[in-house]
Each structure stands twice: as structure tokens, then as C-alpha cells.
Design a binder for this molecule. Structure first.
Ligand SMILES: Cc1cc2nc3c(=O)[nH]c(=O)nc-3n(C[C@H](O)[C@H](O)[C@H](O)COP(=O)(O)OP(=O)(O)OC[C@H]3O[C@@H](n4cnc5c(N)ncnc54)[C@H](O)[C@@H]3O)c2cc1C
Length: 438
């Protein structure tokens, strides 16, 4: 079948813009035979490739990436490698699932940590933890108190912080309360993704700017790109929301866009105005209307805010212009004393959502495996999804495979246009409920 759904890359990713230039791997311009074909070089595809190479050192693994490593969602996100789940729920089943998630995410972080150290990847890896914050007292008393209770039940350490202490640590008194957890890693996601892509084992060949335009699944897999083709015995789908076009995946996930802005590095004078605070990361209690924020090692401020329903993975210029302006307001609401700080970069990225939050992970057909339907939080989660998928595909025992299976399968989505109405109504409701977080 023809593959037409791919994320639009407008080459605006701020995280890669602040890095030195990188030479992409070659574009596929030949016909190749491989043992394994992986589609997608995000966290899932790169982790699966590395683990497959380890499991099958004598087999040939080809990775086809539509764009360039670091310019996909894996490189465009806010750079929080998160170790503990939020919004756990109160039933025993939900709690058990949260324990599975926690184990998986911690294993994903540990795996990345090992590679970052071993391969010397310079990605500003920072063991700073994160703050989960609410601006409205009422949200602090509901969502944050519930999150604190969940952390207690999960046996995770945390600190409850009131406005004054948050202001001292973050340099803004916008938040009424917050919860600090120490296990989250802050990093430059484009640098991490590039580093992972540029340090793959010898039996993996990555082709960039090589989108799969046609895919045939049968006893053998045939994939065509604009200038070449691969035939392989086995296929790993690691193409995130783009997989929603494939038969068997259409009613399982949909795509959303989110947006980020990054300031210039603050001058010494500007830094003094917010109290010369250290690097930090904030996630919002209300994920839809609130803003994720970072204060980076090189003294930039990042804002990630707004989700839109984008099944076709496109956002028009008008919408982007509006959100870009919105980010300036969000920034000034938190840092009114930094009105002279310029926003240097603005970009968007896409990722996939399933109705019940379960990933589309596992064996799909005898020679087809998938790690898609990320539901965000993909730095840790999609990394371990890729590792465990490679083990599953090779028949290698890994106790985390049971944790992945425990997460379940995506529940069926309503057909469009009912899906559109439902998702838009949900986003509108959350924006209203969390309007003070904006
Ligand atoms: C703005 C934003 C902020 C976020 N913040 C965070 C955060 O702080 N922490 C966190 O953990 N997560 C965050 N996320 C989510 C995170 O980025 C994703 O969960 C993660 O990138 C998913 O990894 P993946 O490997 O599954 O997919 P992707 O990173 O999307 O990789 C899939 C790859 O498949 C490729 N592809 C698609 N179609 C084809 C084709 N036909 N041929 C070849 N290649 C193809 C794509 O180009 C892409 O490179 C954020 C996302 C966004 C957009």
C-alpha cells in the first residue's frame, strides 16, 4: 500500500538549531536485502535497532527514517525523561498498571543513561528531577493532592512545595503549589536523538531522508522509498502516529500536535532579576491548558503549551502564528520582569494518542512487530518499548516484556467524524477547567 501520512517537518526545531550542524546519514539510493527493517528513527526505532544488533550480531538491520534524527518528535519534545506516572487513578488495576509503567520508565532511563555514558553523548543530561505545579489553589487541592497520594502509594519520594519556596527555586511566583520528584532527567532531546542515531552498532545501517512511500507485508517485507527499496524478512514499525494509516491501526490511535518556544540565553542582568536560579523543569497539573517549562543549563526558558487534534499531521501557518503569540503571553504571565527577553525559536511536533493510554506494542503478524501509539512521555517509555520489542522478536527473555503486555492494547476509537467531535470537546473542556493555568 502507499504510505502518505508522515509528520510535516518545517525545519524549525529549536533544540537542534542551538546545536552544531550535523551531517545526516545517507539517503537510500539502492535496492537492499536485510534481515530486519525498522521504520522510524525516534526513541522506539533507535532502541529496537541497537538491541536487535546486540541480540543478532550477524544479521543486517536497516533503519529507514523519513526526516533527520533529532528533527522528529523525539528531538522536538520538552526533554523530560520522566520516571513516574501521573494520573494513576484509584482502583487496584490502575495502581498495578502504574507500577508496571514506573518499572518500564525507570528501565528506559537507565538504558539511555548507560548509552549516554558509554558513547559520551553530549545532551546536557541532567539529574535535576522535576516540579509538577498548579497555579490555581483549587487544582492544587485536587490534582496535586491526588498525585501526592499516588506517589506515596507507589513508594516514590517527593516534596510538597508552597508558592514561596517554588518562587525561590524557579524564579516565578506564578504557581500556588508543586510537587518535586527527584528521578526525572532533563536533557536536550535533539542532541540525545542525534547521539543515539550516530552511535548505532556496525550491523545497523540508518538511512535518513528516506521515507517509506510504499509498504507490502507478506512472507517477505518490501518497502520502497523515492530512490530505493528494501526487502526484509522481518519488520519493526516504530513510526509513531504515522502508523495510524496502516490497516489494523486506523481505529487505534490518532495524532495531536503540541508546540514549543525557546528564548535566547538570559543575560547576567536578566538572570539576576529571577534570582539566579539553577536549571529546572516544570510539568503542569493540567496537561492540556497548562505549560511545560524548562530553565536550561545555558539559561534559556522553554515553553511547551497547547495540544491540537491533527489526524493528518499538518498545522497551518495561521494556527502556528496564533500559538506563537499565545506563548509570549504564557511566558509573560510567569516572568513579567523578563519582557525584554526574545523568543528565538518556535516549533511544533506530533505524537500519537490511544483512547485508553495503552500502547500498540507487540507482535502484529508472524514477521511484523510494532512499538507505536506512544501517548507522550516517549523518551523513557518508547525507549524501553523498543528494547523489549527487539527481545520479544528475537525470543530473548526479558522480564519487562510482561510489564509491557500488562499495559494492555488500545481500545477501539469511534469512527470519524465522531472521533473529531469527541477529542475536540475533551480538549475544550480541559482548557476551560484549567483556564487559570494558562
Ligand atoms: C512538543 C512536544 C513535547 C513533548 N515533550 C515530551 C517530554 O518532555 N518528555 C517525553 O518523554 N515525551 C515528550 N513528548 C512525546 C515524545 O516526543 C514522543 O512520545 C516520542 O518522540 C515518541 O517516540 P517514537 O520513537 O515512538 O516516535 P517519533 O519520535 O515520532 O519517531 C517516529 C519516526 O518515524 C518516522 N516516520 C514516520 N513515517 C515514516 C515513513 N513513512 N518512513 C520512514 N520514517 C517514518 C518519523 O519521521 C519519526 O522520526 C513530547 C512531544 C511533543 C510533540
Amino acid at each position: 500500500m502507499d504510505i502518505t501520512l508522515r509528520p510535516h517537518d518545517d525545519h524549525t526545531n529549536g533544540w537542534s538549531a542551538i546545536l552544531p550542524p550535523r551531517r545526516a546519514h545517507a539517503t537510500l539510493r539502492q535496492k537492499l536485502d536485510a534481515d530486519w527493517l525498522i521504520i522510524g528513527a525516534g526513541y522506539a526505532g533507535l532502541a529496537a535497532a541497537r538491541r536487535l544488533a546486540h541480540n543478532r550480531p550477524n544479521e543486517r538491520i536497516v533503519v529507514l527514517e523519513a526526516g533527520e534524527a533529532g528533527d522528529n518528535a523525539s528531538g522536538r519534545n520538552s526533554g523530560f525523561a520522566i520516571d513516574v506516572p501521573h494520573n494513576v487513578g484509584s482502583s487496584t488495576a490502575e495502581l498495578e498498571k502504574a507500577v508496571n509503567y514506573k518499572r518500564l520508565m525507570k528501565a528506559g532511563i537507565a538504558w539511555l543513561d548507560g548509552i549516554v555514558r558509554e558513547r559520551g553523548i553530549q545532551c546536557d543530561w541532567s539529574e535535576k528531577g522535576k516540579y509538577h505545579c498548579a497555579a490555581a489553589p483549587q487544582l492544587a487541592e485536587t490534582l496535586l493532592r491526588q498525585h501526592a497520594q499516588e506517589l506515596t502509594t507507589l513508594g516514590e519520594p517527593y516534596e510538597w512545595l508552597e508558592q514561596a519556596e517554588l518562587a525561590r527555586r524557579l524564579g516565578t511566583s506564578f504557581f500556588h503549589a508543586g510537587i518535586y520528584t527527584p528521578g526525572c532527567i532533563l536533557l536536550n532531546p535533539a542532541a540525545l536523538t542525534r547521539g543515539l542515531a550516530d552511535s548505532l552498532p556496525d550491523n545497523v545501517t540508518l538511512f535518513e531522508n528516506s521515507a517509506v512511500t510504499r509498504l507490502e507485508r507478506g512472507r517477505m517485507i518490501f518497502a520502497s522509498t523515492d530512490h530505493g527499496a528494501v526487502s526484509a524478512r522481518q519488520l519493526i514499525l516504530a513510526n509513531n502516529g504515522s502508523a495510524s494509516q496502516l490497516p489494523g491501526f486506523e481505529r487505534q490511535m490518532f495524532n495531536v500536535a503540541s508546540y514549543a518556544s525557546l528564548t535566547r540565553p538570559l543575560t547576567a542582568q536578566q538572570r539576576a532579576r529571577i534570582g539566579d536560579v539553577e536549571e529546572w523543569g516544570v510539568t503542569p497539573a493540567n496537561a492540556v491548558s497548562g505549560a511545560t517549562m524548562r530553565y536550561t543549563r545555558d539559561h534559556r526558558l522553554l515553553i511547551r503549551q497547547q495540544f491540537d487534534f491533527t489526524p493528518g499531521m499538518r498545522v497551518d501557518e495561521r494556527v502556528r502564528g496564533r500559538i506563537r503569540e499565545q506563548h509570549k503571553e504564557v511566558f509573560l504571565a510567569r516572568f513579567p520582569e523578563l519582557g525584554d527577553v526574545a523568543m528565538e525559536h518556535f516549533w511544533m511536533g506530533f505524537f500519537s494518542i490511544t483512547r485508553n493510554g495503552a500502547p500498540r506494542w507487540g507482535k502484529i503478524e508472524p514477521n511484523v512487530f510494532a512499538a507505536v501509539g506512544c501517548n507522550g512521555v516517549g523518551i523513557a517509555k518508547q525507549t524501553i518499548a523498543g528494547v523489549t520489542l527487539a527481545d520479544l522478536a528475537c525470543g530473548v527473555e526479558n522480564e519487562l516484556i510482561a510489564d509491557m503486555l500488562e499495559l494492555g492494547a488500545p481500545s477501539r476509537l469511534p469512527p470519524r467524524p465522531f472521533l473529531d467531535v469527541g477529542v475536540k470537546a475533551y480538549l475544550a473542556k480541559e482548557r476551560w477547567v484549567g483556564r487559570q493555568e494558562y
